[in-house]
Design a protein around this ligand. Sequence first.
Ligand code: COA
Length: 387
Amino acid sequence: MQVGIDQIGFYTPNKYVDMVDLATARGEDPNKYLIGIGQKRMSVADSSQDAVSMGINATLSYIDQVDCDQVGLLLMGTESGVDQSKSASLFVKSALKLRPEVRTFEIKEACFGMTAGIMTACDYIRAHPDRSAIVIGSDIAKYGVGSAGEVTQGAGSVSVLLKANPRILSINSGYSAYSADVNDFWRPNNSPIALVDGKYSKEVYLDFFTRTFAAYQRQMNYQVSDFAALVYHLPFVKMGYKANQLAIANQNEIVQKRLEQNFGLSSYYSRNVGNIYTASLYLSLLSLLEQGKLNSDSLIGFFSYGSGAMGEFYSGKIVSGYEKMLTPNTNKQMLARRKKISITEYEQIFNQSLVLPQDNHFLDSDEENGYWYFAGTNQHIRQYKQK
Ligand code: COA
């Protein structure tokens, strides 16, 4: 039985900062951000968008086409959690009106959370072939105004429906995982922004990629040349570019060209959205699917990385007719609808988002109609509304 991705949805908030403006404001050469880091724009979430509302919005884009009675599992990976106890997925479940029998919880291991959810969901469907699972990654990357990591911020969510006989990507059994207790990036409970040893995190990422990719090829008897594309967790585009360069070293010109071209296509959305932590790898997949043209049965390799740190490599095969399941124009419009904001506006929004709105002080949203938003707290209970 094939198990894999049958639907994929994406949401990013309606404001962005241009990296040339940010570089100018920080006294940096714009090419450092555009080329050295690889980012062009970053989406900015104001106080009315959080991990929950973005996760609802990403799932809303396909939920009408889902048999909700079949959904048995709803998992949410996030490192922008809105509560220390209650799962963010419960708010999503309520907004989507999923049935009470759904098993639902939140998963945390930095940017690895959505992959953990997908692996759990695949095992669940293999055990319950008549059931489907929704897995969401949703995050706002916050490093701080004027910090070295500021250029690698972003906001958004990707949601997937997994089921038997999927119509987009069939996920192969087998994986290679690697974990170690390291301190490259973390966010203490009392801090709304992440702490990061940026240079060290790049070393750990590449080390984990090299280990898991080599172990996976040995396990599955694959060679680099078997892959049509490799997609990466992209905290910033240059990070994945470096891993891809390691992967294609020593390959012939045809293989190098194919994997380089497909890396370019898979990084297009991230370059324009920024880091969305848990969902970033799946934004790379979406970008490749919508920007590229893939033959059925093409082998796609996935490298997932979560600081702290956990790395995993796995693969999937493109299903014939996958294009019919995509909505590239909707996603193009979603990126185009974003309003460019000045650095002063971004800084105000950023500083406001570091504190919760006062209890019983209700927020409005300037999003388009139909999207959900966080409307503040009532008796300290979070309220979500649809515009
Ligand atoms: N033109 C082109 N490239 C330029 C440049 C210019 N004018 N100026 C600098 N660069 C290049 C540098 O050579 C470097 O490239 P390299 O990585 O290939 O060596 C790159 O731009 C970044 O420069 P660097 O000095 O390392 O930047 P930084 O000290 O400001 O920090 C990060 C960059 C990524 C470490 C920082 O943004 C960060 O900590 N981000 C968050 C960390 C993160 O996401 N880690 C991954 C977790 S999974």
